[in-house]
Design a protein around this ligand. Structure first.
Ligand code: FAD
Length: 439
């Protein structure tokens, strides 16, 4: 016999329409399984965007959005920027206000984790033991912050910045007087955290295992520029660093490096990437490992199951066929639109041009394209002026740009990438000539 749904109170906090209430009551009486035509797992950027896109495209079936966090869907980028610094209150980073979900008849089932997928019955198992049926499933569960595996990794005072709860926990420590902070990982999140924490008067040491920061996502020119910027703001940036363990009894007190040095730390922030949240799908037999493998319509290998956002691995139209995971708001939103089109019967292959941004100090970095496999870089403008672009080429064609305080290049460079333009190095270097003239 099928297990009937039984939700804890918070799970149906946002079931407000008459139709949904009826459905809930039915299940409570044991007559009806909780179900929706489209069930979206993960109420983050991509999940919320998919529900919105479905309604925008006229989808009239029932939609349920199940998320493990207690909050309404919110924007994650401000967690290491304006929300952390206090420039934006939480209400201002909500993707939509509460009333929107009711008006659009999207059931929000929050504080609820999906732990199993039965693709034969088309049913999900939730962490409270209840079941939830679907006709189409959209998996948009993002990823969990990757943790250190060394000694002391689970001490008090060791933080990630992935959720609002993570961010609030760290803020409380900083408000409580924590000043010596070691950040492990020189990717965008670690660097943004360093920039924002210096404003609070914290003394920051940033440790990176590779020989330069941002090594996974950018060329050496950009790494070098940002290393200098952070040092100029008082951040002690150290590269090529191996960590032996974290020191402390209950609360972290220091970071021991492989060379025996111990760096004092009131708090440690770990920014070493994410682990895609796909265990239930993998257990159901989906193709994938570091991400659910999807095709150009965001379909997984399981019938009726789509996936999108940070948890997916796919061959981007801009990666030269290489399978990768793209962790960005653009990718989550555009894949969400792609899934919605398929569900609405108007499938369109995913070909969106990747873009990304990062704010550190007064620097606005805007990235477009994917620099995967580049064989040449060109600097346009002068890094010393704090306004320049790094242009990435592959076999003579422009494939990506990193633009620092250079929005014009960012906007015009998109066209060069889309057109597969192959201007000469001299033309690209000449910042007196707009990029749009090089088409
Ligand atoms: P998420 O937004 O992570 O949403 C996934 C949701 O699914 C989460 O709420 C999670 O709790 C939930 N979930 C997981 N497993 C389950 C389960 N089994 N059942 C139910 N729910 C589940 N991108 C940019 O483009 N620019 C930036 O400047 C930028 N800055 C960032 C700063 C920070 C601090 C962080 C953390 C990310 C940043 N990103 C940025 C990345 C961007 O936020 C992500 O790429 C985007 O949120 C991905 O959307 P998603 O829907 O795939 O995943």
């Amino acid at each position: 016999m099928r297990k009937l749904a039984h939700f804890k109170e918070p799970a149906y906090r946002h079931w407000c329409t008459a139709r949904h209430t009826a459905c809930r009551l039915g299940s409570e009486r044991g007559h009806q399984l909780n179900r929706a035509d489209v069930v979206i797992v993960g109420a983050g950027h991509g999940g919320a965007a998919c529900a919105i896109a479905l309604r925008q495209q006229g989808y009239s079936g029932s939609i349920a959005l199940i998320g493990s966090e207690p909050e309404l869907p919110y924007e994650r980028p401000p967690l290491s920027k304006e929300y952390f610094s206090g420039q934006k209150a939480f209400d201002r980073i909500l993707i939509r206000q509460s009333s929107f979900w009711d008006e659009k008849e999207v059931r929000l089932i929050l504080n609820s984790e999906v732990v199993g997928v039965d693709t034969t019955l088309r049913e999900l198992k939730l962490s409270d033991g209840s079941a939830f049926g679907y006709k189409k499933l959209v998996w948009s569960a993002g990823g969990a912050a990757r943790h250190l595996t060394c000694r002391g990794a689970d001490l008090e005072g060791v933080h990630s910045i992935r959720t609002r709860a993570d961010c609030d926990r760290l803020k409380r420590e900083v408000d409580g007087g924590v000043r010596d902070i070691v950040i492990i990982g020189g990717g965008y999140i670690g660097l943004e955290a360093a920039a924002v924490l210096t404003k609070f008067g914290c003394r920051i040491t940033l440790l990176e295992a590779q020989s330069r920061i941002l090594a996974r996502v950018a060329g050496p020119e950009l790494s070098c520029f940002y290393e200098e910027e952070h040092r100029a703001h008082g951040v002690d940036v150290r590269t090529g660093i191996q960590i032996e363990g974290l020191e402390g009894l209950d609360h972290v007190s220091g970071v021991r490096l492989a060379d025996g040095t111990v760096l004092p730390a009131d708090a440690v922030i770990v920014g070493i990437g994410i682990v895609p949240s796909i265990e239930p799908l993998l257990a159901a037999g989906v193709r994938g490992a570091n991400g659910v493998v999807i095709d150009e319509f965001c379909r997984t290998s399981l019938a009726g199951v789509f996936a999108l956002g940070d948890c997916t691995a796919f061959a981007s139209a801009y990666s030269g066929g290489e399978m990768l995971r793209v962790e960005s708001v653009q990718n989550a939103n555009d894949q969400a639109a792609c899934v919605a089109k398929s569900i609405c019967g108007n499938p369109e292959a995913y070909r969106a041009l990747p873009w990304f941004w990062s704010n550190q100090y007064d620097l606005k970095l805007q990235t477009v394209g994917l620099s995967v496999g580049y064989d040449q870089t060109v600097i346009r403008g002068r890094p010393a002026d704090r306004s320049f672009s790094v242009i990435y080429l592959k076999r003579g064609r422009v494939i990506a740009l990193d633009c620092v305080n250079m929005t014009k290049d960012y906007v015009q460079g998109q066209k060069l990438i889309e057109a597969g333009a192959n201007p000469t190095i001299e033309m690209l270097q000449d910042s007196s000539v707009p990029l749009k003239d090089l088409l």
